[in-house]
Write a protein that binds this ligand. Sequence first.
Ligand code: FAD
Ligand code: NAD
Length: 463
Amino acid sequence: MPTSYDALIIGSGQAGNPLATALAKAGRKVALVEKYLLGGSCINYGCSPVKAMLASAERMHQVATSQEYGVLSEPPAVDFKAVVARKDTIIQEMRDGVRKNLTKEDSGITVLMGHATFTGPKSVRVTALDGSTQDIKAPLIFINTGTSSAIPPIEGLAETHFLTNKSILELQELPEHLLILGGGYIGLEFAQMFRRFGSRVTIIEHAKNLLEREDDDVCEAMQQQLGADGVEFVLGAEVRRVSHNPEGEYTLTAHTAEGERRLRGSHLLVAVGRQPNTDDLGLEAAGIETNEKGYILVNERLQTNVRGVYALGDVHPGPQFTHLAYDDYRVVRDNILHRKRRSAKDRPLPYVVFTQPQLGRIGLSENQAREQGLDYRVATMPVQYVGRARETGNKEGFMKVLVDERNHIIGATIFSEQGGEIMAMIQLAMAGKLTCDQLQNMVFAHPTWAESLNNLFAKLVKA
Ligand SMILES: Cc1cc2nc3c(=O)[nH]c(=O)nc-3n(C[C@H](O)[C@H](O)[C@H](O)COP(=O)(O)OP(=O)(O)OC[C@H]3O[C@@H](n4cnc5c(N)ncnc54)[C@H](O)[C@@H]3O)c2cc1C
Ligand SMILES: NC(=O)c1ccc[n+]([C@@H]2O[C@H](COP(=O)([O-])OP(=O)(O)OC[C@H]3O[C@@H](n4cnc5c(N)ncnc54)[C@H](O)[C@@H]3O)[C@@H](O)[C@H]2O)c1
């Protein structure tokens, strides 16, 4: 006989964990199934471990450049095992926090470790690691199973021991030469990190630019910055074959505008995007519809085509960020528990690439504003014009904002030290519908990064 719950959550991701807690607090009998690690990808093999290791790489860079600040030191050396151990300690603490919260005596949540598969529209079988199974049914089911690395069908690749975002975090030795397939978010953050630790790094990207979706000036600035760090690029490259010799060397055969190239390295990271964790979820048994890539189709309230079944986070189509997965939780919580009509449509989309400088983005890019035929004005300012940048020696990058005909901000790109935080201030200004005149005249403390907004927005104020 299946065990009955009021609500079943599949996947301990950024949406599922807070939802389980909220439903249980509201008196529902809740089960949460996780097949691997509580806390999901962000905590265990995504955002947090990468940012923890980036902090070590940034520290390394600070020491390496300390002479410019009049501080003499020995050239720094990395103790890579210690970097990884620091990251592991941080992640373990985060994971323990999630476990404690979900499993504390009065949590009201039953946590089941195992792989969930649908056996019908409202029924799921959980298979534990030891092979034992448990059947569950619930009128409300929330799918929060996230994504995994997409592996492109390149000849020879599957036969090699290439790295993904999961396995690269477990390396104990620094790669001598890291080849990175894909110049997106994951590729860029790891590229700068490993380069600063001392590895040689080559990014192989099939588009003509890194971060292809951004405006050309943004792509160029990022390329220039990573190039200055010593990261090498092969752009517009179509990798056709991968091989791995007994000495452990990888060879990528790539077709480029200059002809065929062979790229050799000691390690290979594949970071060409994600694929949804739905192929082994038994969705067909429940009749849940997906798109052609396997992402679960939902409406703006995150309901699937099967009544009572929802999909939250990266497993449905759309941008893939922790803050959006968490907001999916708010949408479902408010609609189900608070009887509000909350929608996942038209919410702001802030994001940050955690290179140094950071790339903070909110709203429309210039390309998007142009494509939408908007009547916009744009201002750009090099970061070196900012007093704080000169004082702290962080002069790289530029800032760019777009306003509409009513002087309201419609988009911003802040490629700067503290770029994510400066972008968040602009996001608040957008939410409060502040105009460029107001931002030009706002009194910010001197000398802060915030103060840069006065000069940036002054460029948009009509005389
Ligand atoms: C390297 C990397 C860095 C990132 N950095 C950032 C960042 O800086 N900022 C940001 O906003 N986003 C970042 N992201 C994206 C972010 O991690 C995701 O958007 C976020 O974690 C999405 O969470 P989720 O709730 O969809 O599910 P996830 O956190 O992916 O969790 C899904 C869970 O479901 C489990 N599961 C899957 N199938 C089953 C099944 N059949 N049965 C039981 N359990 C199952 C999985 O084991 C997993 O624990 C990063 C991603 C990666 C890979
Ligand atoms: N700081 C952050 O917020 C952060 C950090 C890491 C990851 N993430 C999330 O994780 C998602 C996945 O990251 P990602 O970097 O894997 O994907 P991505 O979509 O950001 O970038 C993938 C890149 O790989 C390229 N590519 C695709 N196929 C290729 C091939 N065969 N050969 C060479 N290049 C190829 C694409 O053109 C693209 O530039 C991101 O979209 C983002 O949502 C966010």
